[in-house]
Design a protein around this ligand. Structure first.
Ligand code: FAD
Length: 674
């Protein structure tokens, strides 16, 4: 179960939490074990959705990393001891051939990992009497150095710490040199050399194959095909990681072009070249390269080549620190909570902060609304359509297909993918987080759950336009949209994939369509497909080419073809949520009011009448209609009523006081343990 890492103490490939060097005087043994209980930890099922925890693509990367570790140890005259069994069996076997006094490991922060760590500690005590020594690792800054900020970390790392504040506080802390702890331990003794491994007839074990780890032939085939098709040859191992770092920084000087996955302002993300981000995340996640080593290499590069990219990449590394420290000091297991780690008030295990304060925080600090106001469904049919890339929104579907195939996609796509399940589909966000856990090549518990779900998504559930002047900063729901993300997805697709190349790469049925239509295939009718021929305009009788959607002379729209298959798009899946309207304002065909709304079947409907249509769709069967009285002044009408608090079933009261929304009480939902 353990992966190798570059040691932050000595800088060479030695220890990580799960790679345990055992000391016997000056003799070191490197062991890599697969505890039986840890098999469940890695290959069991996730808690809410029951997905396989580690997919075949990631598992292969991981096994390659272990193989690489084994080879590099052997090149130094050392050996790696590999076992698959219980910790008692493995340590028992080792204790029979060598004396074990200390076992070193990196300290963990998440509950399942901590439980495993405790189990190993117990076993060690019982079987060998050895001590488990926890070292701090994985981050750029050492936990002890946080004191350098002038106040204890417990005081300033609170559940509501923002990344900006974290960066300000941590600016005073220095990054340690690679191996500084190790040097301290040896007290400058440079004569220290690694001793030969013990000469025993011990079976050293082997790196298991995917088949031995229980993957089916189909899963293995999928993983093989993914490698063949992938633009980046993801292969695990420290040597590959170091070569990649060397190439990125020194051979290609690509750091000068670094934009980073967290730069929101850069456009054209779909066409981003490989040099615009480092593509090191799986190596950092598996410990194949240490962030400290990367930091010092970047600093060395920056000396001769001043560039913005250096600061950008270090900034990205700080995100990793931020999440690990905030989980360690403040969030803990609340990371998996339905309402997120910042939930409070009556939520079991939540912080004892006044509800009023919490709402204020969500509205002001993060610009979002309180997660307790949302409906979090566990509807697997909806979930499956999202996970399999069949939402009907090609931009979302393309990214999901890429994720499924390669275990990776651009961060911004992920952010959009993230928003879609909770906002438009009203799904329990943990289902989606677990799906990412299963699929991501660079999965890291703290980064996946903490960073991007808890911090980005739960804190930015859209504020309604009337929540505060201007609404939330980024995700304010446009007034005309019946759903939250649909409009954003389209706008984003237009900005970052203007010629539709990304969408077409992943969805072959859309390849023949022009860019605009391939992003909105529900607008395609049979005439768009049969592009030969003409249609005659009923207003001015001009013969227009079929592919023109309006008359070249008088701009009258092309009549819709009377064809049964055109009720939905003839080329692509029907969208799961109704597409946003094409026109923003007009005269409603139904009630005659001039208002914001949308076109459907050539007629314009205002927002309220548009809602009349929704119950017909499968998705909205249970959605109560929004009454006109809920309109405008509250702002809630902008949100599907599914997302509103169920007043009749719960204790929640939503009130408006002094221009702000306040939530009192708890919705009373049964919380599935996270
Ligand atoms: C829902 C979601 C889940 C994610 N889960 C993971 C995960 O499990 N493991 C993981 O390594 N990254 C995760 N990320 C962050 C991000 O997607 C990847 O780190 C990034 O895409 C890696 O590409 P890169 O190495 O080219 O990044 P670069 O831009 O070159 O950044 C360098 C390194 O900085 C770190 N980094 C960059 N951005 C972030 C960020 N926003 N949050 C945390 N660290 C960051 C990564 O370690 C990355 O390798 C997740 C993002 C989202 C939105």
């Amino acid at each position: 179960m353990w992966s190798g890492t570059r040691c932050q103490i000595c800088g060479c490939m030695t220890m990580n939490p799960w790679l345990v060097p055992i000391w016997r005087l000056a003799c070191q043994l490197y062991i890599y074990m697969w505890w039986r209980s840890s098999m469940k930890f890695w290959f069991g099922r996730t808690r809410v959705g029951g997905f396989r925890k580690t997919g075949a693509v990631r598992c292969r990367f991981w096994m390659e990393s272990v193989e690489d570790l084994k080879n590099s140890l052997e090149a130094r005259g050392q050996r790696l001891f590999l076992r698959c069994g219980t910790s008692a069996e493995a340590f028992g076997e080792l204790a029979a051939c060598c004396e074990i006094s200390k076992v070193f490991t990196f300290a963990e922060v998440c509950s399942e990992e901590l439980a495993l760590e405790a189990e190993v500690e117990r076993t060690l005590q019982q079987v060998t009497g050895a001590q488990l020594v926890r070292c701090w690792g994985y981050t750029l800054h050492h936990i002890d150095d946080l004191q350098d900020c002038g106040k204890p970390p417990e005081r300033w790392i609170t559940p509501y710490l923002t990344f900006g504040n974290f960066k300000r506080e941590i600016a005073a802390c220095k990054v340690r040199a690679v191996g500084s702890e190790w040097q301290k331990l040896l007290k400058g003794d440079t004569t220290f050399v690694l001793q030969e491994p013990p000469k025993t007839d011990l079976d050293w074990g082997h790196v298991p194959s995917l088949r031995e780890l229980g993957f089916s032939p189909d899963e293995i085939l999928d993983a093989d095909q993914c490698r063949e098709k992938s633009a980046i040859p993801w292969q695990g191992g420290e040597s590959i990681a170091l070569a990649r770092m060397q190439q990125y920084l020194w051979e290609r000087s690509a750091l000068k072009q670094y934009v980073g996955t967290t730069d929101w302002t850069a456009s054209g993300k779909c066409g981003a070249s490989n040099d615009q981000t480092s593509k090191l995340s799986p190596y950092l996640a598996f410990g194949c390269v240490s962030p400290r080593l990367l930091y010092w290499e970047i600093s060395r590069f920056e000396k001769g080549n001043r560039c913005k990219g250096a600061k950008g990449l270090i900034n990205s590394l700080l995100w990793r620190d931020f999440y690990r420290f905030i989980v360690f000091f403040a969030w803990g297991d609340r990371l998996y909570h339905l309402y997120g780690p910042m939930s409070c008030g009556s939520v079991p295990g939540g912080h004892k902060l006044p509800t009023k304060w919490c709402c204020k925080h969500y509205n002001n600090l993060f610009g979002g609304s309180d997660p307790r106001l949302w409906t979090w469904e566990k509807d697997f049919s909806k979930f499956r359509r999202w996970a399999e890339g069949c939402t009907g929104y090609p931009f979302v579907d393309a990214a999901m297909t890429e994720l499924k195939a390669y275990g990776t996609t651009c961060l911004e796509f992920i952010i959009y993918l993230l928003g879609y399940p909770p906002r438009d589909l009203q799904l329990d966000w943990r289902l989606a987080a677990e799906w990412f856990e299963s699929r991501l090549l660079d999965y890291d518990c703290v980064l996946n759950w903490g960073s991007n779900w808890a911090y980005f998504i739960l804190t930015q559930l859209p504020a309604r336009e009337d929540d505060r002047p201007g609404g939330g900063p980024r995700y304010t729901l446009p007034r005309y949209s019946p759903y939250l993300m649909a409009t954003q997805v389209l706008l984003w697709g237009k900005e970052h994939d203007p010629d539709g190349r990304y969408v077409k790469k992943w969805i072959s049925s859309l390849q023949a369509l022009p860019a605009e239509l391939c992003r909105e295939p529900w607008r395609v009718d049979c005439m768009d497909i049969s592009q030969d021929g003409f249609w005659s305009c009923s207003a001015c009788t001009l013969e227009n080419p079929l592919k023109h959607r309006s008359c070249d002379a008088c701009r009258a729209p092309r009549p819709k073809m009377d064809c049964k298959s055109c009720e939905t798009s003839p080329v692509y899946t029907e969208p799961m949520v109704p597409p946003p309207p094409e026109d923003l304002e007009g005269l409603c065909e139904n009630c005659g009011r001039r208002a914001a709304g949308c076109s459907s079947e050539g007629a314009f409907y205002c927002e309220l009448c548009w809602w009349e249509w929704l119950p017909e769709s499968e998705l909205m069967i249970h959605a109560p209609k929004i009454s006109p009285s809920m309109d405008a002044d509250s702002g809630w009408s902008l949100v599907p009523s599914l997302a509103l608090p169920k007043q009749s079933q719960s204790q929640v009261k939503v009130q408006r006081k002094g221009g702000r929304w306040q939530v009192k009480g708890d919705r009373g939902d049964k919380l599935a343990g996270g």
